[in-house]
Design a binder for this molecule. Structure first.
Ligand SMILES: [Zn+2]
Length: 273
């Protein structure tokens, strides 16, 4: 491959790398932005659920109160009817029977009075709780809506920035990158923390993963046998720099071993390659 063509591909890849880094960073931001909203939405869902539960309890308490009130009124009527009966009685035995009836009616009446008062108190208590819960739901809903509007506007802004970067990527691609190289490279930049193309340093070392490369491989890169050569250890695209001899490699040595496994080629790197 002619040297200028090779340089063109590498220069395009370096430009593309810059654009992709910005694009991927924005995509990552978009992922994390709605996290705060999710928390608020969960609170709202819980509050709404509690409101429904309270409302069910309130409805039941009201039915109980109505029913107890009717039973109480019936009991009062039964007692007063029996009391009226007393006035018409002349026989002692009948009098005792009706008096007993009145006493029993009074017991029932008191029991229903207590039940009615208790259920009425419960209705009032639940009514207050329901109102408070309704306020809480409204408050949370307003917060969710506000957060949503804020997020929507931020997301719209970021998405339009991403679109612009995507257009820029396509523009770079059209200047001389094959579909194959373009798609492989995008994937490598994404998987390799934004570094998809990197020079060979010290004559034989990948500056992406700091592994010593096979000499034959280095020669292929130097001679431009293929438009792109992928590091056999980290899968980044490598290019050759004639004047890199001054770079001090000792700075890389310590981390090179640790990085090897983290940086080693994974299936992910190649599933589209
Ligand atoms: Zn490498």
């Amino acid at each position: 491959m002619a040297e200028h063509e090779l340089e063109n591909v590498h220069s395009l890849l370096l430009q593309l790398q810059d654009v992709l880094r910005q694009k991927f960073a924005l995509e990552e931001e978009i992922e994390t932005i709605p996290a705060a909203l999710k928390g608020k939405e969960t609170s709202l869902e819980k509050a709404n659920l509690k409101y429904v539960e309270l409302n069910d309890a309130y409805t039941k308490a009201r039915q109980d109160a109505t029913s107890n009130s009717i039973k109480y009124d019936d009991a009062v009527r039964a007692r007063t009817d029996a009391e009226k009966l007393v006035e018409t009685i002349t026989q002692q035995r009948e009098y005792e029977a009706v008096t007993k009836q009145i006493d029993e009616a009074r017991v029932v009446e008191n029991a229903y009075l207590k039940a009615r008062n208790a259920s009425t108190a419960l209705v009032e208590e639940l009514d207050a709780k329901l109102k408070a819960q309704g306020d809480e739901c409204e408050h949370l809903k307003a917060e969710v809506d506000e957060e949503k509007a804020k997020i929507d506007s931020i997301l719209a802004e970021k998405r339009s920035e991403i679109e612009a970067l995507e257009a820029k990527s396509q523009e770079i691609r059209s200047e001389g990158l094959s579909d194959e190289i373009y798609s492989k490279f995008c994937k490598i930049v994404k998987n390799k923390n934004g570094l998809g193309i990197t020079p060979i340093i010290q004559g034989q070392v990948c500056s992406g993963c700091h592994m010593i490369l096979p000499m034959q491989f280095v020669n292929n890169v130097r001679l431009g046998v293929n438009p792109t050569e992928y590091c056999p250890y980290c899968s980044r695209i490598l290019y050759y720099q004639e004047d890199d001899e001054t770079i001090d490699l000792s700075a890389f040595e310590e981390e090179s071993n640790e990085d090897f496994f983290a940086d080693a080629i994974s299936d992910d790197d190649f599933d589209s390659i």
